[in-house]
Design a protein around this ligand. Structure first.
Ligand code: NAG
Ligand code: NAG
Ligand code: NAG
Ligand code: NAG
Ligand code: NAG
Ligand code: NAG
Ligand code: NAG
Length: 437
């Protein structure tokens, strides 16, 4: 039986060229940056945006790949320019105008993003872009914007089939393209009408669910669906582990240049503990979500900084294979919650294996390599693997500590709400067998 591979890995193994989905040359690996919404909501200003950009640089986050500073909803004036219909910024909150802010962000070596909505109004009640796509895209390009997050409130019922949603978002995608300026297009329709099917050719990423909430697993009626397949009301207030469940069936729809967006991260916001945020960051990385920070960058704890600068985990996200991990099994445990085994392909015949414990107690698990390497087949299941724990540091203080060589299975003890994640490399005795691929 041939190994079951992500389509991109398969095409390159066959020597076929891999067509990037969204063809604007951006987000070849998932985009990384920071967004105003989770921490500041509608209370934004020029100072907040520029101070965040400075803090991004001061904390050396650019060295880890974070490059976009994203201004979310509520930058707007009360109305468009009455003469031209062009969008305008709130002159009190943004005295230098959006172009002036863009210049300051660019001077720091960063890229700048704006927000609008494929509806009559934005979610915060400002003017939307529906019917104004061309003038808005043109104005963003004049302001030297690099990224557009495009929301879904007040859409006047223009959803309900993939084609209706596609047309509404493709309009802005085309308008951005027509400006000639490469602008990353971040589609946000909360998973309505299955954007993983219709968005890859028009957007660099698409949200799959209602908005995240800063909680590990709290159930909330406002996020009512149990799956994103056939969900008719995405809602919001979706706990972090629910979004992992939502993502599991649609992950393989990602392409280079076109990613599933699990939403802005809550790491450092205070609603979860250290282990829970480690789980959050690991999964967003491994599942190839855009890595968009959402905490106050000007007031970060060292603990938060250590999570978001784990370069071994970020490397999972930015790996050239562009292949999201898959859930190999999910098992309910008697204490409540569940255990989950995940595995994904990385470049150069290496793999990521992760174990998640959502139960309230420590668990001991025998991870069988038959399950971990189910997609790759028997030869891989029987090989010995050298594993590095990506949340432990080695003697040089670099993330990723060699924990030894394993064959057949390994026994793992894992605390409540923890994730253990390993990079698996064929052990020397087996490394001559790469042609098996
Ligand atoms: C950022 O890098 C500089 C130079 O390498 C270093 O001096 C400084 O301590 C770093 N800052 C942080 C917050 O890590
Ligand atoms: C986009 O929408 C505008 C306003 O409704 C319309 O004039 C234009 O033809 C649409 N463009 C495309 C390519 O559908
Ligand atoms: C516009 O789309 C074309 C065709 O898909 C692509 O080659 C080009 O790079 C795009 N340009 C911009 C600025 O996005
Ligand atoms: C900074 O963070 C600390 C701890 O989370 C908090 O108590 C404090 O209010 C924050 N300061 C500002 C200025 O936001
Ligand atoms: C972070 O750690 C450094 C020393 O490693 C210390 O000087 C600094 O005050 C700490 N920052 C916070 C926010 O705890
Ligand atoms: C993969 O292998 C190539 C060729 O040996 C090497 O140049 C590259 O650095 C490797 N990539 C990683 C992530 O190890
Ligand atoms: C890998 O090495 C082990 C011994 O360490 C051996 O039993 C197994 O057959 C080898 N598998 C392959 C695919 O070479």
């Amino acid at each position: 039986m041939p190994p079951i591979l992500h389509y991109a890995t398969l095409l390159s193994a066959l020597g076929l060229s891999v067509v990037h989905a969204m063809d604007n040359g951006l987000a070849i690996t998932p985009q990384m940056g920071w967004n105003t919404w989770n921490h500041f909501g509608c209370g934004i200003s020029q100072d907040i945006v520029v101070d965040a950009a400075k803090a991004l640089v001061a904390n050396n986050l650019t060295q880890f790949g974070y490059e976009y500073v994203l201004m979310d909803d509520c930058w707007h004036a009360d109305s468009r320019d009455p003469d031209t219909g062009a969008p305008r910024a709130d002159p009190t909150k943004f005295p230098d105008g959006i172009k002036g802010v863009a210049d300051q962000i660019h001077a720091l070596g960063l890229k700048f993003g704006i927000y609008s909505d494929a509806g009559m109004y934005t979610c915060g009640g400002k003017f939307g872009s529906l019917g104004f796509e061309e003038i808005d895209a043109k104005t963003y390009a004049e302001w030297e914007i690099d990224y557009l997050k495009y929301d879904n409130c007040f859409n006047e019922g223009r959803s309900g089939t993939p084609k209706i949603s596609f047309d509404r978002y493709a309009n802005m995608s085309n308008a951005l393209n027509a400006t000639g300026r490469p602008i990353l297009f971040s589609l946000c329709n909360w998973g309505e009408d299955g954007p993983w099917n219709f968005a890859p050719t028009i957007a660099n990423s698409w949200r799959i669910s209602g908005d995240i909430m800063d909680s590990f697993d709290r159930f909330d009626e406002r996020c009512p669906c149990t799956s994103v397949i056939d969900c008719t009301y995405a809602g919001f207030h979706c706990a972090m582990t629910r979004i992992i469940d939502f993502a599991a069936p649609v992950l393989q729809k990602a392409r280079k240049g076109a990613w599933n967006d699990l939403d802005i991260m809550e790491v450092g916001q205070g609603g979860m503990n250290f282990d829970e945020y480690v789980t959050h960051f690991t999964f967003w990385s491994m599942l190839k979500s855009p890595l968009i920070l959402g905490m106050d960058l000007t007031n970060m704890s060292n603990e938060t900084l250590s999570i978001i600068t784990n370069d071994a985990v970020i490397a999972l996200n930015q790996d050239d294979a562009g292949s999201p991990a898959n859930r190999m099994w999910k098992r309910d445990v008697s204490d409540g919650g569940n255990l989950q085994l995940w595995q994904g392909s990385l470049v150069n015949n290496t793999f990521v294996i992760a174990l998640l414990n959502t139960s309230p107690k420590e668990q001991t698990v025998e991870v069988d390599f038959y399950d971990a390497f189910f997609d790759q087949g028997k030869a891989y299941q029987q090989m010995s693997w050298q594993l590095s724990d990506l949340w432990q540091k080695d003697s040089q203080g670099k993330w990723g500590k060699n924990i030894g060589t394993f064959q057949g299975s390994m026994k793992v003890t894992i605390g409540t709400h923890q994730t253990k994640v390993w990079r698996a490399v064929p052990a020397p005795s087996n490394s001559t067998r790469r042609e098996e691929l």
